[in-house]
Design a protein around this ligand. Structure first.
Ligand code: ZN
Length: 144
């Protein structure tokens, strides 16, 4: 019965490790070649770290060697993550630039209020229809 418990625990531990790893290292969409290069290096570091842990658990490494090597990998990894973050922020900021095209407000041409059909009498200032040749008030000839 004990072996069964151990097997379940081991399976759970492996599953948990895989789950966490999956979440920690998302396959980020990469279009920047520099970013891709960094992502690759980061993946290599992760793999090295995994191998290191494996070898340590296998008893191939001493505690001191394991800790110093792990510290070195983690230091490289931290620098890598920082560089990646900076790159992602740079590319993210670029993509946020929206090329907004405001609605073209076509100003309607406002025609003057001058009514073409009106002829003002030069003598009494009375407005007459343009087809009238003489002023309706004073009877004088209107300008054509
Ligand atoms: Zn008139």
């Amino acid at each position: 019965m004990v072996w069964l418990v151990c097997a379940v625990l081991a399976a759970g531990a492996i599953g948990f490790t895989l789950f966490v790893r999956e979440r920690d290292v998302p396959p980020a969409p990469v279009e920047n070649p520099e970013l891709k290069h960094l992502e690759t290096k980061r993946q290599v570091l992760y793999d090295n770290l995994k191998d290191l842990q494996f070898e340590y658990h296998q008893g191939k490494l001493s505690e001191g060697d394991y800790q110093s090597l792990k510290a070195g990998f983690l230091g490289d990894l931290a620098g890598m993550m920082e560089a990646i973050e900076k790159l992602e922020q740079a590319t993210g900021a670029r993509s946020k630039e929206v090329t907004s095209q405001g609605p073209e407000d076509k100003e309607k041409l406002k025609h003057g209020k001058t009514q073409p059909g009106v002829n003002v009498c030069p003598f009494c200032k009375t407005e007459n229809p343009s087809d009238h040749r003489f002023c309706g008030k004073c009877g004088k000839a209107l300008a054509p």
